[in-house]
Design a protein around this ligand. Structure first.
Ligand SMILES: Cc1ncc(COP(=O)(O)O)c(C=O)c1O
Length: 370
């Protein structure tokens, strides 16, 4: 990507997957005809109880939403067994990332890359300084926390994505906890983005939410939009010390979480069977996809713990920009990864979807060698 395109994308925040409107214009197909592997959203779709509740709740949009999100906060507090004072709900995790940058990460902020781009953009928008730490391809993009610790001098905040988008790497919980303790001792804010952790079987054990009371400077960020398949509604939350919550709440616009999203969140938290079915499906289909991808000449999938897979194309094959076009013309969307710092045009990311959908993608990829 050239510098001008890069800065245009930085301004518009447009370099993400799931851009169905743009794809419909580019490839001349109706939005609903695409198989979307470019956004990492639960392939089971909206849980049935959420759909029902949304229909019922529609009549309430003639009123303002509850600015305190009280019902949802109480439900979340019971769900995670935390004090309601430690919770803040946002218009997607994305809104909270921007509030965090404004409120606590507006100084020198350390971000391991490749990772989700909005951390960097939010820090820059808040006039903060971004220090990138490069995870290395020859180490499978694993995060070397020992080396990261050496970069903490003068840093006021660190963003970590757990598991990481787009690499699928999960930091072992013990190492992450000792890193969090180091940050705490140094007075550095540590933001751990667990937007995708719900897709993992051991999510509850892996999450840092259950140790939040031991930290003043730790923030755990979560999203409803991926696991419950409603990115169009926008809903996320964070868990942190009440003093951080107060500071961030004072920066948040009123009514930023609409009533439909609040209700969807309350109902979604009871959809435990749906989450279990999702976890089983993702585990099985991720193994299926990785095994099949490994057999396609010129494609190397990276190991993943979650509901998406990073892949590299051999330079003898077409690059990922051309691959995106090749598949897009066939109604299949993937995320080409050249806009991620630390990756280039040889990388692409796919979401793990249903067996039938995954087979369609694999068939199209197999055609590359014919
Ligand atoms: C790692 C990560 N965090 C946060 C978000 C934003 O989530 P939300 O839809 O809740 O704003 C995304 C979206 O892709 C993401 O990949």
């Amino acid at each position: 990507m050239n510098r001008q395109n890069e800065s245009e994308n930085e301004l518009s925040g447009s370099n993400h997957g799931g851009q169905l409107c743009a794809a419909a214009r580019e490839f001349g197909l109706p939005k609903n005809e695409f198989l979307d592997f470019s956004a990492n959203v639960n392939p089971l779709g909206l849980p049935a109880p959420v759909k029902k509740a949304l229909k019922r709740e529609l009549a309430t949009v003639v009123h303002y939403p509850d600015p305190q999100c009280q019902e949802l906060i109480e439900k979340l507090a019971a769900y995670h067994r935390v004090d309601p004072e430690t919770l803040l709900v946002g218009n997607g995790a994305a809104e909270l990332i921007y509030l965090l940058a404004q409120g606590i990460a507006s100084g020198k902020t350390l971000i391991p890359v490749p990772t989700f781009y909005e951390y960097e953009r939010a820090v820059k928008v808040s006039a903060g300084q971004v220090i990138r730490f490069h995870m290395r391809e020859d180490q499978g993009f694993r995060l070397d926390l020992g080396h990261l610790t050496q970069e903490l001098g003068g840093v006021s905040a660190v963003f970590l994505c757990q598991p990481n988008n787009p690499t699928g790497y999960l930091i072992p919980r013990d190492s992450l906890l000792s890193f969090a303790r180091q940050c705490e001792q140094l007075g550095i804010f540590l933001i751990v983005d667990e937007a995708f952790i719900d897709f993992l079987e051991a999510a509850e054990l892996l999450s840092l939410i259950n140790v939040i009371n031991q930290f003043k400077n730790l923030v755990v960020l979560r999203s409803f939009t991926k696991i419950y398949a409603f990115p169009g509604l926008r809903l996320g939350y964070l868990v942190a010390n009440p003093s951080i919550i107060k500071r961030l709440r004072s920066l948040q616009p009123p009514w930023s979480i609409n009533s439909l999203a609040q209700k969807a969140g309350v109902v979604a938290l009871d959809c435990t069977d749906y989450v279990q079915r999702t976890r089983n499906l993702i585990k099985q289909e991720r193994t299926f996809l990785i095994n099949k991808l490994e057999k396609i000449n010129g494609i190397t999938p990276f190991p993943s713990e979650v509901n998406f897979i990073l892949c590299k194309l051999d330079s003898t094959l077409i690059d990922a920009i051309a691959l995106r076009k090749f598949l897009g013309q066939r109604g299949i969307l993937i995320r080409e990864c050249s806009s991620f710092h630390g990756l280039d045009e040889h990388f692409f990311r796919i979401a793990v979807r249903t067996h039938k959908e995954n087979k369609i993608l694999l068939n199209a990829l197999e055609r590359l060698n014919k």
